[in-house]
Write a protein that binds this ligand. Structure first.
Ligand code: BGC
Length: 762
């Protein structure tokens, strides 16, 4: 049972306030108290509007980073609880916190600061149960004191500025003289829900040593070096330096370098992404910022003098989700692709699923999360993470049922009120995926009404004759097949009404299944009928009887085939059209965010597994492996983020760490290695092993930590024989579908199994 206190105190904060354009030093707040008897147990419940790090008697409480995370602070904020029994003592005690601006009042996306409020605020309650059973409570109230800390500036996008000369040694210790500190200001937020977070906290998950240090123009006056971590990631650096009192060291960050070896920071747009540290002595000093994070591979350090020694360590930050999956195969570049996908997930699952971690954006774009969630569920346990984000999404839902483009919602960000096809639909697709992968009925029940309201909104406001995003409506029709190479939406490419109607059909199909799971019989009927009408409307408008489709882009065919929108008799010719386009492009894809996740699956399921493998193994532009051939260590936002002919794409939108195209990961687990969930028995109660070998791959393996234990598969092809070993966890069963479809499936019980088949039909 979670400990859920009623907070008896008030929100407290400093008297100094920044502005929409500049911040003030992060405040310290503190309070002394005495305990006169032995203690049995002490629980601290704590949160902030903004960010906090809490200390008791000079020792940091917990190991969470950027707490309490990001929510729509007008509605909801999460608190954390810590057992702090060991930090307390009989006699004098002190509790303190340092408060950061974070999402609450720092820069969020492209907007001025102070999106939710003008200064960080803190709420805490310490409940000490004495040995004799009596409970002593310390709450935040007007008796607390505050003063500016050495953190002169702190911002998630801009970076942090720290002057060690201003440190107040022992500021959170008992007996510290706080006589010259000011009284705090007190605030009330009676309508704000303060709840326990369902999400795993952000922590320091790893450390990365630099792989190279490139010294540049070191001189006695300044000095400058670029450090390469060899990996694009999200986090910050820990600096160890022996400088001199008053010396300021500047750190800038970038994902890639310009051809001349300098940092390429243009794609960060307005995000300053710069940290400053001012030394307090000539001794060795160690510093890591508290209230910022960057997306980077390279760090430029300046302010170092000739001969001064320094060290820099990369600190990886993300939501602390257990790693559940692994994938490997005989193709080294595909193994690197898997690594890049995992790094894309680590880099963008920082309390909220973000589009990117580096530029002045870092928002919970619904479309991106929807596209990637299936793959995310293989790599890590994202159940709690998505429970939290689904609440963010529900908090962002408009009274008319519309689901916006971004969650959490944020006043200052021009949130698109209705995210449009493939973006807003995250509200149905994400809980459904969590249900399939974890057998989690609760997430369906929690959000069912909100999903229904969303579909009602779409039906009433975004459809004409069952065509969603119908051009006659003259309303925002969505982002199209975002960043597709054959055009997005209005600039040609896959038509928005086609994408809209395809996802409308998909939503209603999922809803009828969810209604079945939840036992809502009437709704099952309703959504099944609606689905039938949408499919008819789709066919009338977009599909000719012989399977040709208006527009004819790859995504057009991919969506129609994947969502079952093509009449059975025309499927083969539609699939042929898709392949024709791929071949016309010299075996290259042209799909954007919307079509890419299903591209290989559609090819594989419609008789073109060979073409699917050609695309997966394609190394020339555009392809998954092209960035890897060019040194990528994460997934790029755009297929053409950089090309030898054109160099960098448009600096205004060119992230090298967007996870969307990493959605191919689910196909590598499910089809290349051959481990997948059975949608009829969610949560891996029954496992499907169905490897479909192809291309140049001679062996593959995947493992997955399911709720019931580890499931795994390995296969290899040797002299025309396909050999496979699988592990079926206790309490589950599995079916193995042999690579030759002429062979019968094998039902497997829990345990280890070795199977083999000749690869030529006998
Ligand atoms: C984001 C995307 C997002 C898109 C919406 C971009 O700026 O980075 O990933 O989905 O806007 O079209």
């Amino acid at each position: 049972m979670s400990h859920a206190p009623v907070f008896h105190g008030s929100w407290i904060g400093s008297t100094s306030v920044g502005s929409p354009f500049w911040g003030v030093p992060a405040p310290y707040v503190r309070k002394s108290f005495a305990l006169d008897r032995p203690i049995q147990k002490a629980i601290l419940s704590v949160t902030a509007l903004g960010l906090y790090e809490c200390e008791i008697n000079g020792r940091k409480v917990g190991d969470m980073i950027l707490s309490p995370g990001w929510t729509n602070y007008h509605k909801r904020v999460y608190f954390q609880t810590h057992d702090v029994t060991d930090l307390l003592q009989i006699g004098d005690n002190a509790i303190g916190a340092i408060l950061g601006d974070g999402w609450y009042c720092g820069f969020v996306a492209l907007q001025p600061r102070q999106s939710y409020g003008d200064r960080p605020q803190f709420l805490a309650q310490l409940e000490v149960t004495m040995a004799d059973g009596e409970v002593f409570i310390v709450v935040t109230d007007e008796s607390w004191k505050t003063v500016a800390s050495p953190v002169l500036q702190n911002d998630l996008l801009a970076g942090e500025t720290y002057d060690a000369r201003l440190e107040k040694s022992g500021w959170s210790a008992a007996g510290f003289a706080d006589g010259d500190w000011q009284s705090v200001e007190v605030f009330q937020h009676p309508n704000l829900m303060v709840e326990k977070s369902p999400a795993p906290p952000v922590r320091r998950i790893g450390e990365i040593q630099p792989v190279a240090t490139i010294e540049k123009s070191a001189s006695s006056s300044g000095g400058l070096a670029i450090i390469d971590f060899g990996q694009n990631f999200t986090g910050r650096v820990r600096l160890t330096v022996r400088g001199s009192r008053g010396q300021t060291i500047k750190l800038r960050f970038a994902e890639v370098l310009n051809p001349d070896g300098t940092l390429y920071t243009e794609n960060l747009r307005a995000a300053r992404v710069t940290d400053y540290y001012t030394c307090k002595s000539s001794e060795e000093e160690v510093w890591e910022p508290r209230f910022t994070f960057h997306g980077f591979r390279y760090v430029e350090i300046s302010g170092i003098k000739k001969g001064q020694s320094f060290q820099i360590l990369g600190v990886v930050l993300h939501s602390d989700m257990p790693v559940t999956g692994s994938f490997r195969c005989s193709h080294p570049l595909l193994n690197q692709l898997q690594q890049n996908i995992v790094w894309g997930q680590k880099s963008n699952f920082l309390d909220v699923p973000t589009d990117c971690p580096q530029r002045d954006e870092r928002l919970g774009w619904t479309g991106d999360a929807q596209v990637f969630i299936r793959t995310a569920c293989f790599n890590m346990n994202v159940r709690g993470f998505f429970h939290k984000w689904m609440q963010d999404l529900r908090d962002a839902q408009r009274p008319n049922g519309a689901v916006p483009a971004i969650a959490p919602d944020c006043d200052s960000v021009q949130n698109i009120e209705e995210g449009g096809p493939a973006w807003a639909d995250a509200t149905i697709i994400c809980p459904w995926t969590i249900y399939l992968c974890y057998g989690d009925v609760q997430i369906l029940a929690d959000h069912y009404d909100s999903m229904k309201r969303f579909l009602e909104f779409v039906t009433l406001n975004r459809c004409k004759n069952n065509i969603r995003s119908h051009p006659d409506l003259n309303k925002f029709g969505g982002f199209g097949d975002w960043l597709a190479l054959d055009g997005s939406g209005n600039e040609g490419g896959t038509a928005r009404d086609l994408i809209g109607t395809a996802f409308y059909a998909y939503d209603t199909e999922i809803m009828s299944r969810i209604a079945t799971v939840l036992g809502r019989e009437e709704d099952v009927q309703h959504f099944t009928h609606l689905h039938g009408r949408i499919v008819e409307a789709f066919r009338r408008r977009f599909v000719t009887p012989d399977g040709l489709m208006a527009g004819g882009t790859q995504t057009t065919y991919v969506l129609a085939l994947h969502f079952g929108l093509i009449p059975e008799a025309a499927r083969a010719s539609a699939a042929k059209e898709l392949v024709r386009d791929i071949e016309r492009r010299g075996l290259h894809l042209a799909t954007g965010f919307v079509g890419t996740p299903y591209l290989l699956e559609v090819l594989g399921k419609n008789g073109y597994l060979d073409i699917a493998y050609k695309l997966l193994e394609q190394e020339t532009f555009p392809s998954w492996l092209f960035p890897i051939k060019n040194g990528a260590t994460t997934i790029w936002e755009r297929w053409d983020g950089w090309t030898p002919e054109k160099g960098f794409q448009d600096k205004d939108m060119n992230s090298f760490n967007h996870y969307a195209y990493g959605a191919v990961g689910a196909w590598m687990y499910g089809v290349v290695a051959g481990l997948d969930v059975d949608p009829e028995q969610p949560g891996y109660q029954h496992i499907r092993f169905q490897p479909r070998p192809g291309g140049s791959i001679t062996w593959a393996e995947a493992s997955l930590q399911t709720a019931r234990g580890e499931a795994s598969i390995r296969w290899e092809i040797n002299e025309g024989v396909f050999r496979s070993s699988v592990k079926v966890p206790v309490g589950t069963t599995a079916t193995y579908y042999p690579p030759l479809e002429s062979e019968s499936p094998v039902v497997l019980k829990a345990g280890f199994h070795d199977l083999s088949w000749p690869l030529v039909a006998g």
